[in-house]
Design a protein around this ligand. Structure first.
Ligand code: ATP
Ligand code: MG
Length: 248
């Protein structure tokens, strides 16, 4: 049975794609079969992060009926890790914006991919905020990993996303991202759980080495012994503890 995890945030730049790429790498390194789909059609990232070669075969091509989802899943240099890039180039996006597409193709594609590649875990990256792709991805999820910075505007969106995920009957896990130095982790954890009724799956500090990587490499590969990688593992453990991820 494939476990589907959606990584989402209300505002952009919280570290969704970076965290997703690291979780995917760690899961694959632990022997799990992992699929990653970049549903961020507006600003794709995972093709660059995973070094996917340009060319036909992307989520956009699938949504336009130009290829099967299986054909859009690219092998990566990591055994057992497959990536479906959002799009390659802008032509397909222009077309999708002009003609629209059947959103039902998204859950159908996720399911087919999970089945055809015998995935243990399917990770879905999203564009920030609420749009067709992110809401549909949440509708297919077992867990929504909600990333937020310690910022009033980010946090106001958390409430909205938690409510939506609850209506979609998927479990929720919160991650505080880019936490400034000196943050009292225990106090933050207690407060988050009290305010949102949703456990904090992890607190990720702001790490300059991560920002300086320039998206050239995935952090866990470049700095396998860094404490931040330990925090990624903590998130994975929290996601594995199925009953504890959310009180929904
Ligand atoms: N913990 C961290 N510390 C420092 N920099 C980070 C951290 N996490 C991510 N970054 C950096 O922040 C930038 C934005 O990260 P990323 O693209 O993963 O965010 P995102 O939420 O996916 O953005 P978008 O909403 O545009 O899709 C990247 O340059 C990344 O390297
Ligand atoms: Mg992103």
């Amino acid at each position: 049975m494939t476990r589907t995890i959606v990584v989402h945030s209300h505002r952009g730049g919280t570290g969704k794609s970076s965290v997703l790429a690291n979780l995917a790498l760690l899961l694959a390194a632990a022997g799990r079969r992992v699929g990653v789909v970049d549903t961020d059609l507006q600003s794709p990232t995972l093709d660059l992060l995973f070094g996917v070669a340009p060319g036909a075969g992307s989520l956009a091509d699938y949504l336009l009926g130009r290829c099967e989802i299986e054909a859009a899943a690219r092998r990566t240099s990591v055994p057992g890790l497959y990536v479906v890039p959002a799009r390659t180039g802008t032509a397909a996006l222009r077309e999708l914006m002009a003609t629209g597409y059947d959103v039902g193709l998204l859950p159908e594609g996720f399911e087919r991919l999970a089945h055809s590649h015998a995935l243990d875990v399917l990770l879905l990256d999203t564009h920030a905020g609420l749009n067709n792709e992110s809401v549909t991805a949440m509708g297919s999820a077992d867990v929504v990993l909600i990333m937020t910075r310690a910022d009033r505007i980010d946090l106001s969106g958390v409430e909205e996303t938690i409510a939506l995920a609850g209506r979609l009957a998927c479990r929720r896990a919160l991650v505080l991202s880019m936490a400034p130095e000196g943050v009292d982790h225990e106090a933050v954890r207690r407060r988050a759980e009290e305010v949102y009724g949703t456990p904090l799956a992890g607190i990720l500090p702001y790490v300059p080495e991560m920002a300086a990587l320039y998206g050239e490499r995935i952090f866990a590969e470049a700095f396998p012994d860094h404490p931040l990688v330990g925090e990624f593992r903590t998130i994975l453990t929290a996601l594995d503890a199925r009953d504890e991820v959310s009180r929904a």
